[in-house]
Design a protein around this ligand. Structure first.
Ligand code: FPP
Ligand code: MG
Length: 295
């Protein structure tokens, strides 16, 4: 069920990405090729699909047509995510040569092009938000996405992550800070942005934001576990990257078993949040999808 939900929403999203970027016609072509390469490198597009799913749950919508006004927002979310991964892989950051089983953007092109492609995607995202029809909501969307990217969000988390490398094993609260900021805030923002578009009440928004943050933390714990036990095929890149980069992971702090239990608990807490909401089936499927990544 989730597969067909994903397929239909991603098809809509991909058409909108092509429309908003028009890679083939734009100049300078190398920059647009790098953007296209990264936007269509086999990512699961979890964040925009979660954005759609939350909106559809709140509006009790099944009609794909009704998602069209949301497209600039969904593309903005995916652009930010892609920008963050391009920059994350750079030699000055994680120095990853592969992403999703293919050369990372700076390996396929070069570091300068990768930096500029990330900058272009980051800027484009905020332009796209300004296209949203209801301008009062658009301002709110800009604030929500800025917060997710900001020093209090992904950039802050990434900074602490880099400063923490080569240190002895980190405290659990520092590790949780890193992941909440690096991964959790964009998922949380995707859901908050859906709530803003659906004009949801603050209490439901708060509950759904917690659902998304837990989902992000569980995703990250499972990523750490996979880095320890996965292979190139499952990961789309070489395993043991965290060890090579001297990064503390959940398994390093608490062992694989406890890390697994922690991920389970977060997903269960999220389940409790949505289980009594109407039209919740896709948000429940999301939790299953994250859990199923565990080997
Ligand atoms: C991947 O983490 C990286 C992130 C989730 C966020 C990276 C954030 C930035 C580079 C700052 C924000 C920048 C912009 C342009 C928005 P990971 O290295 O743990 O996971 P991986 O194995 O997928 O690389
Ligand atoms: Mg990385």
């Amino acid at each position: 069920m989730l597969t067909s939900y994903f397929d239909t929403r991603i098809k809509l999203l991909d058409t909108a990405i092509k429309e908003y970027f028009r890679y083939e016609q734009e100049h300078p072509s190398r920059l647009f090729q790098a953007i296209k390469y990264s936007m269509f490198s086999g990512g699961k597009k979890i964040r925009p699909v979660l954005f759609f799913a939350t909106f559809e749950m709140l509006k009790k919508n099944d009609e794909i047509e009704n998602l069209k006004p949301l497209l600039p927002v969904a593309v903005a979310i995916e652009s930010i995510h892609t920008a963050s991964l391009i920059h994350d892989d750079l030699p000055a950051l994680d120095n990853s040569n592969e992403r999703r089983g293919q050369p990372s953007c700076h390996k396929k092109y070069d570091p300068a092009t990768a930096i500029l492609a990330g900058d272009a995607l980051l800027t484009k995202a905020f332009e796209l938000l300004s296209f949203y029809d209801d301008k009062e909501v658009a301002v709110n969307l800009v604030q929500l996405l800025c917060h997710a990217v900001s020093t209090r969000g992904m950039i802050g988390g990434q900074t602490v992550d880099l400063l923490s490398a080569h240190k002895n094993v980190l405290q659990l609260n520092v590790l949780q800070y890193i992941h909440a900021k690096k991964t959790g805030t964009l998922l949380e923002a995707s859901v908050r942005m859906a709530c803003a578009c659906a004009k949801t009440d603050p209490s439901t928004t708060h509950m759904l934001a917690t659902y998304a943050m837990n989902l992000g933390l569980a995703y990250q714990i499972i990523d750490d576990i996979l880095d320890d036990v996965g292979d190139f095929e499952t990961l789309g890149k070489e395993p043991y990257e965290d060890i090579r980069n001297h990064k503390t992971t959940y398994p390093t702090i608490m062992g694989l078993d406890k890390a697994r239990k922690m991920a389970d608990k977060l997903l269960d807490d999220s389940y409790k949040i949505v289980k009594n909401m109407k039209h919740n089936h896709i948000l429940i499927e999301f939790l299953k999808m994250i859990k199923d990544r565990l080997p």
